[in-house]
Design a protein around this ligand. Structure first.
Ligand code: ATP
Ligand code: MG
Ligand code: MG
Length: 371
């Protein structure tokens, strides 16, 4: 069977390996961590840095096509593979998504709605910031996730202090919005420009980390259609080929693009249990040039993230979760639980999202999530 290449060995890569295996492919994973969730189940695990020349050459030799689960993979690594191999998504799209300034400029220049923002490259840039932007959030341009590298600031003084704390790294200063709702769309776009969108998910966060996703989102049809249309437009304008996650803010009747992820998305994990094709199969299909899978939702779903916080003296009480017959547990094979570390998730499916939500909250509470 053909060998596919995966850059990154986290849980997203692990689900990709599982999907690829089920579809008859082998996978080489590149990740510097010997115990990475995907590396452990890959056919070949290249345990090396993302710019290790020898590892990259070996991957290029053995893999027919290469993808990523890690948005911070160096763009040069993807460019290297692009010389001789199929790479989806393309280096240029990943480079845009991995840098908040490029990302926000791209989204705005594409004519799509974003929150008011200002680029901060040096302390002097605060001089030209309109005070109306405060209260705001200062976000470092690179390597932030799960709310890391972000500071909520009430005015210029706090913003400058936060900028200094981030070591003077390039940042985006973004207006703090009163959010009514957060939703996301995961889609797959193939090399011919065909798009398959998964149903809109409704997301809530806890301490900056995704906590719960509900699909379909409990909002108006108009809002769901708008979010889906914006995600498709963004993918087209990016000439994106691969699986893309698009996060949105909803404020009143306004919908704004928050950020994009050039890979399957945590809020799309419900597709493993709720959809005919899941987001990782879709990633395999795009990478290997197959027709996109049917993205239809067969069961309304509620996903809950499981963080290391619920490990106290040993394993959480999984029996309490299994007491819900329609609950599907997915653990990522990580053996060092830490507070804030994503260890797994579960999904509850039912005939409607409200039923699924009720049962999911029962299991969430029984496991001690959010305490
Ligand atoms: P991710 O893990 O999704 O990559 P991240 O670290 O890139 O997260 P963001 O998505 O920018 O961070 O922000 C995390 C969360 O913080 C958002 O989902 C939202 O709840 C809140 N947030 C971010 N920006 C704003 C804003 N401008 N106004 C209000 N809330 C915001
Ligand atoms: Mg992000
Ligand atoms: Mg986000």
């Amino acid at each position: 069977p053909a060998m596919l290449g995966m850059l990154g060995g986290g849980q997203l890569g692990r689900f990709f390996v599982i999907a690829a295996h089920e579809m008859g492919y082998r996978v080489t994973v590149l990740d510097p961590d010997l115990n990475s969730p995907a590396g452990k189940i890959a056919d070949v695990h290249l345990c090396a840095a993302y710019d290790d020349r020898e590892a990259l050459e070996s991957m290029a030799q053995s893999c027919v096509a290469i993808t990523t689960e890690f948005e911070n993979v160096p763009a040069e690594t993807l460019e290297f593979f692009e010389q001789t191999r199929i790479v989806r998504p393309a280096a240029a799209a990943v480079a845009t998504a991995q840098h908040r300034v490029k990302e926000k400029n791209f989204i705005r220049d594409a004519g799509l709605p974003v929150a008011p923002f200002h680029v901060i490259e040096s302390a002097a840039d605060f001089n030209s910031v309109d005070a109306a932007i405060y209260p705001a959030i200062l976000k470092v341009a690179r390597f932030g996730y799960d709310g890391k590298g972000q500071a909520r600031v009430s005015g210029r003084e706090e913003a400058e202090a936060a900028f200094e704390q981030f070591g003077g790294e390039t940042c985006v200063l973004e207006k703090m919005l009163a959010l009514d709702l957060e939703v996301s769309v995961v889609l797959a776009r193939d090399v011919h420009g065909h798009v398959a969108t998964f149903p809109v998910a409704e997301n809530s966060h806890l301490n900056g980390i995704l906590d719960i996703s509900i699909a379909p989102a409990r909002c108006s049809d108009a809002l769901r259609e708008k979010a889906t249309a914006l995600a498709i437009e963004l993918a087209q304008k990016l000439e994106y080929v691969g699986v893309l996650g698009v996060e949105f803010f909803v404020c009143g009747d306004q919908i704004l693009v928050n950020e994009i992820a050039p890979r399957p998305h945590n809020s799309g994990h419900y597709t493993l249990d709720g959809c005919v094709t899941n987001q990782f199969e879709q990633q395999v299909r795009v990478l290997t040039g197959h027709v996109l899978g049917d993205a239809r939702l067969h069961s309304p779903s509620v996903m809950v993230n499981i963080l290391g916080n619920i490990w106290h003296d040993g394993e959480p009480d999984w029996a309490a979760a299994f007491a819900v017959p329609a609950l599907k547990l997915h653990l990522y094979g990580k053996h060092e639980p830490r507070a804030g570390r994503k260890m797994g998730h579960f999904t509850v499916v039912d005939v409607n999202a409200d039923n699924a939500y009720g049962l999911a909250m029962q299991a969430r509470e029984a496991l001690g999530i959010g305490e």
